[in-house]
Design a protein around this ligand. Structure first.
Ligand code: ASP
Length: 590
């Protein structure tokens, strides 16, 4: 038997018992005739004591020879500590060791295995198995496991069944590039890894499985960011005979359950906001509603006073930063303006109006507007003395996006984005199609299987080009703290409508048939009305923990270049393997 207890288990009540523990040597302190050693496993740390006077010379010497991260087994008596450590649960006791076995030695680890480590990112990724020995990293992985288990429990309780769908498939368009896998047995042909199980889960509804879920890997070949990985996990769900309302209620229920059961947070009912409103008030389809600072439009007040920048702008819009007039010197505003002018945001400039205490108004546009006029602007914001208005202008869509960035930045600076506060909302009524000026094509805003709203079906079937831009979809996103946590839609379940959608998206009949004939064919065999949603599982982990990086919650993540530093993938393959696959590489830079 390797152990009678774990390293996190022993308390004063165990004093006097003889126990066996196994674990890793965390650190040792050698006082000459006495030695202490911290033994660690997943459950905690237990202090071991070796006393020269109470043990054999061999045992003492062996203990002294142990290095960090050696794997050992010990047997000894639980005794009460003289100086207790109230920072760890086992801090009242220690083990007077009588037997010590070295189960395995360890090289000196490349970084310290401690809550705070001296290891840089690359090193930690290269030795991820050692990084995963660290408590905060282990806790994230355990958190993820708890969340998955609770999701399964809840969904099973609601009558969902978990079905695995294949990984070697034909492309499912979710708007990203596919990872492809060459087929050896089918020369010159490729599988695509699923960007999501979308078409399969719809087929399961045609099959009558009624309620499906899967905690599933998805693969998208995109440029990476802190909240993106080439492979990531979804809680993917689909239901038959449902309306949008049914889906929102079901998955609001799941979300509330996960927050309550895993982090003991009770969420209030989720507000709903339609897409147009989200864009108008926040310039984003995933607004962070932990704080207000809603957009206020000023076209009516600001135009026609000789300030060319505003006169020529499509939109003049601003936010009110409460109580910030005194906190921003001219220099601070200059820096903020430069921050807005970085290419990532691309604002041309930033207009400010400070409503100073005592009534003075200071602004960058005082030449063009009287104080009286600026006061009417302030009224429109509901601003009071001490507040500062920040205003952008320009082309409508761009300006809203830029102001969204500014709002979030001000929210950060003003401490309004508390990671311990959770504000979910549903964003609903997304446009069905998005016109792309560059490619002169419509794109599906969600994906090509999304249904227009019932009221828009006729307009979709017979309307002209302009009409298509105004179609609304039964599509919804779950947003928490400004992060898109989930998205889904009611699906098209009618062949003619699906075919029309492919037309609008620029597929020829032949292309649509070749790529999605199987789905449209299935719609001819009694497809029920259906819809679903997928949660970004990694993101949900991150948001619930108040952090941005999803990597912390993935046991073996990839770096920004999509590389696994530990196993060194991707890598080249043998010529023999290439030959077998009939692949020839051209123009590869070594
Ligand atoms: N397949 C969609 C996605 O990955 C989710 C859905 O529509 O259910 O975003």
């Amino acid at each position: 038997m390797y152990r009678t207890h774990t390293c996190g288990e022993l308390r004063l009540e165990h004093v006097g018992q003889t126990v066996t523990l196994s674990g890793w040597v965390q650190r040792s302190r050698d006082k000459g005739f006495m030695m202490w050693l911290d033994l660690r496993d997943r459950y905690g740390i237990t202090q071991l004591i070796f006393d020269e006077n109470k043990s054999t010379k061999e045992l003492f010497e062996l203990a002294r020879s142990l290095g960090r991260e050696f794997v050992v087994q010990i047997k000894g008596e639980v005794i009460e500590r003289v100086s207790k450590n109230d920072k760890i649960p086992t801090g009242d006791i220690e083990i007077q060791v009588a037997e010590l076995t070295v189960l395995n030695q360890s090289k000196l680890p490349p970084f310290t295995i401690d809550d705070d480590t001296d290891g840089g990112d690359d090193l930690r990724m290269q030795y991820r198995y050692l990084d995963l020995r660290r408590k905060p990293v282990q806790q994230n992985i355990i958190f993820r496991s708890n969340l998955a288990i609770e999701a399964r429990k809840h969904l099973a309780g609601e009558g969902f069944i978990e079905v695995e769908t294949p990984f070697l498939i034909k492309s499912t368009p979710e708007g990203a590039r596919d990872f492809v896998v060459p087929s050896r047995m089918n020369e010159g042909q490729f599988y695509a890894l699923p960007q999501s199980p979308q078409t399969f889960k719809q087929l399961l509804m045609v099959s009558g499985l009624d309620k499906y879920f899967q905690i599933v890997k998805c693969f998208r070949d995109e440029d990476l960011r802190a909240d993106r990985q080439p492979e990531f996990t979804q809680i993917d769900c689909e239901m038959a005979f449902v309306t949008q309302e049914d889906i929102l209620n079901t998955f609001e229920g799941l979300t509330k359950h996960l927050f309550k059961s895993v982090i003991n947070v009770t969420l209030a009912d989720f507000p709903r906001m339609n897409y147009d409103e989200a864009m108008r008030l926040y310039g984003s389809d995933k607004p962070d509603i932990r704080f207000g600072m809603q957009f206020v439009e000023l076209n009516d007040l600001a135009k026609g006073h000789g300030f060319g920048v505003f006169d020529n702008a499509e939109l003049i819009v601003g936010i009110c930063a409460e109580g910030q007039a005194a906190n921003f010197s001219n220099k601070d505003i200059k820096k903020l303006t430069e921050w807005m002018q970085r290419p990532q945001i691309g604002a041309k400039g930033l207009v400010y109006i400070k409503l100073e205490e005592g009534g003075t108004i200071r602004s960058s546009i005082g030449k063009f507007y009287t104080d009286e006029q600026l006061k009417t602007w302030a009224d429109k914001f509901g601003a009071k003395e001490g507040d500062m208005l920040l205003i952008l202008s320009g082309e409508e869509e761009k300006t809203r996006k830029q102001l969204n960035e500014l709002r979030l930045e001000m929210g950060n600076r003003m401490g309004l984005r508390d990671p311990k506060v959770f504000k979910p909302l549903w964003v609903v009524d997304f446009p069905l199609l998005e016109w792309d000026e560059d490619s002169e094509r419509f794109h599906a805003m969600h994906h090509p299987f999304t249904s227009p709203k019932k009221a828009d079906v006729d307009r979709m079937l017979s309307g002209d080009h302009e009409t298509m831009k105004s179609l609304r979809a039964d599509a919804y996103d779950l947003v928490i703290n400004g992060v898109e946590i989930g998205g889904g839609s009611i699906r098209i379940h009618d062949r003619a409508l699906q075919s029309r959608n492919f037309d609008l998206l620029g597929f020829t009949k032949e292309e649509a048939e070749a790529q999605f004939g199987f789905l449209m064919g299935a719609f001819e065999y009694g497809a029920p009305p259906h819809g679903g949603i997928a949660f970004g599982f990694d993101r949900l982990c991150a948001v619930m923990n108040g952090v941005n990086s999803i990597r912390d919650f993935i046991a073996f993540p990839k770096n920004n270049q999509g590389r696994d530093m530990m196993i060194d993938a991707p890598s080249i393959i043998d010529q023999e393997q290439l030959d077998e696959l009939r692949l020839r590489l051209v123009d590869i830079k070594k």
